[in-house]
Ligand binder design. Structure first.
Ligand code: NAG
Ligand code: NAG
Length: 506
């Protein structure tokens, strides 16, 4: 009788004990979608104590149903062709901006050229490579500083190359009268810029190009200004105005006049930043899609966060939507909902703009993976809005892949997709159960990755574990934007902490 009860730990079976306790109980498994009811166990006197001793620890370990697996409909995860958000919410009344994926149907450029998953992931690697070069160059510079007290050893603290460009857009207004500009936002760089007329070299953008001559509040920053000197790369024009120059890691670039004008964060007249400093780009090329430019949300002094600090406090938060057909938000200013858990924001010498945190553990299905803490501390970790796929130290990724694929053994494998090597073919399934994945940070803050952040679903027949390994054990780990989906991610720059709160976009 009792041998009927096979508790399949791997699939998160749970035991229900309706009252009166000894006579009937039920075991439900996600895998079989089958509820086995066993009534009237005649030999209860013998079996039940044994059963309970076996089952209760399991029940306790796995907790409530669903706590260690996500069960979802595969069709809900497929890329949609229709934006699920109503246009009305586009104009919010605070410094809360609507965030859309640049390649999805909610993007203002949704009729633009389609980008394949492979292309998107290859571009992502270019951004990650740039992070690795910059972080290791900074580490080398710090090492040289430590070795030598001689002031003659000068390695540029800023190696100059920002990252490739990000994937999420917000719409803000520049100038008086305001001109709407849909721009990429990027926590990995500082300078905000838009394309400006007259263009020397401009790529094709969706909205009309901003013409500073038509704005009554625009002025160029003189090259003698201290603000000009704060730019990583600047020069002086013939007219003694400040020229900026940003080269991104994916070979995208922008150059032009560093100017000041009114920045409108929303349609409300109170949400304006007068004399906001930004690049008025007259020579721009690269992977900016049809956006008007980019908003820099790094920690450096020229970033939007720093410039908005006096009005809003040096803090911002965003929620990236679960898919490209829904919308999220970007809020400038401090907003920390009750469910947000914080981890310290760390700084690495020579890299003042990046947001470092301390990743300490990874859990799959609620169980910590056997990864020594030094694996994480050797690499270091940063949080980035523009990197798509989270990159982990090789040892950590191997442990994640092993635990994940053990729990996905029932599904057929599918071919790799660019950098994603653990893929499944869900053809024929209505519902799919994936184990939870939690990223645990210093002081216990946990990012319990939404199921939209565990699998990168290219199609029903190719859904891949949305994590990848770094090449080297000392390459910095990066928490990418797929894993941040649906969380309120708070960057509290002034209090030096980063927070994660679940289920935030709606
Ligand atoms: C407008 O602002 C108020 C108060 O800040 C807020 O409660 C409300 O939800 C906002 N409305 C929208 C559409 O964002
Ligand atoms: C996925 O599985 C289905 C059914 O098992 C099969 O017909 C199809 O060829 C598979 N697709 C890929 C890409 O492996």
């Amino acid at each position: 009788m009792c041998h009927l009860l096979e508790l399949d730990a791997q699939w998160g079976c749970y035991l229900r004990l309706p009252s009166p306790i000894p006579y009937s109980y039920q075991i439900t498994c996600f895998r079989s979608k089958m509820a086995v009811s066993l009534a009237w166990c005649f030999f209860c006197c013998h079996c039940l104590p044994l059963l309970l001793s076996l089952a209760l620890p399991l029940h306790l370990a796995y907790g409530k149903p669903n706590s260690d697996v996500h069960v979802f409909s595969i069709h809900d995860m497929l890329p949609k062709s229709i934006c699920s958000s109503s246009e009305a919410s586009a104009s919010s009344n605070s410094s809360r901006l609507q965030v859309v994926h640049r390649h999805g149907p909610c993007s203002p450029f949704s009729d633009g050229p389609k980008v394949s998953h492979g292309q998107l992931l290859d571009t992502d690697q270019a951004r990650v490579d740039t992070f690795h070069v910059r972080v290791s160059a900074a580490a080398a510079a710090a090492h040289v500083d430590k070795l030598s007290s001689s002031p003659a050893v000068t390695i540029p603290a800023r190696t100059g190359i920002p990252l490739g460009t990000g994937n999420y857009l917000v719409t803000v207004g520049f100038g008086t009268p305001r001109r709407d500009s849909s721009v990429i936002f990027d926590t990995g760089s500082d300078v905000t810029w838009i394309q400006c007329a007259p263009c020397n070299v401009c790529y094709t953008q969706e909205e009309p190009v901003f013409d500073p001559a038509e704005s009554s509040t625009y002025s160029a920053v003189p090259c003698s200004s201290a603000d000009c000197g704060r730019l990583d790369s600047h020069s002086c024009s013939a007219a003694s105005t400040c020229r900026y120059d940003v080269q991104y890691g994916d070979n995208s670039q922008t150059q032009g006049t560093f100017g000041r004008d009114t920045l409108s964060l929303s349609t409300s007249p109170s949400d304006v930043l007068p004399d906001f400093e930004f690049g008025c780009g007259d020579a721009n090329s690269g992977l900016f899609g049809r956006s008007a430019g980019l908003i820099g949300l790094g920690r450096g002094s020229v970033s939007l966060v720093s410039q908005a600090a006096r009005k809003y406090g040096a803090a911002f938060s965003y929620c990236l939507p679960s898919g490209s057909s829904s919308v999220g938000y970007l809020t400038i200013g401090r907003r920390s909902p009750a469910n947000t858990k914080y981890t310290p924001m760390l700084t690495v010498p020579g890299l003042p703009s990046f947001y470092f945190v301390s990743l300490t553990a990874i859990k799959v299905g609620g169980k910590p993976l056997p990864i020594p803490k030094t694996v994480f501390s050797t690499a270091g970790t940063l949080v980035d809005s523009g990197t798509v796929i989270t990159r982990l130290p090789p040892t950590a990724y191997a442990a994640l892949r092993t635990a994940f694929s053990q729990r996905m053994a029932q599904y057929s494998p599918a071919p790799a997709l660019a950098i994603l090597d653990t893929c499944y073919n869900f053809t024929g399934y209505e519902k799919v159960a994936v184990p939870t994945v939690e990223l645990v940070f210093g002081r216990g803050a946990t990012l319990n990755v939404d199921f939209s952040g565990i699998l990168y679903v290219a199609s029903v027949s190719q859904a891949c574990l949305a994590f990848a390994a770094n090449d080297r054990a000392d390459d910095v780990a990066i928490i990418g934007n797929v894993q941040q989906r649906t969380h309120n991610v708070v960057y509290d720059v002034i209090r030096r902490k980063i927070g994660f709160g679940a289920k935030a976009c709606n």
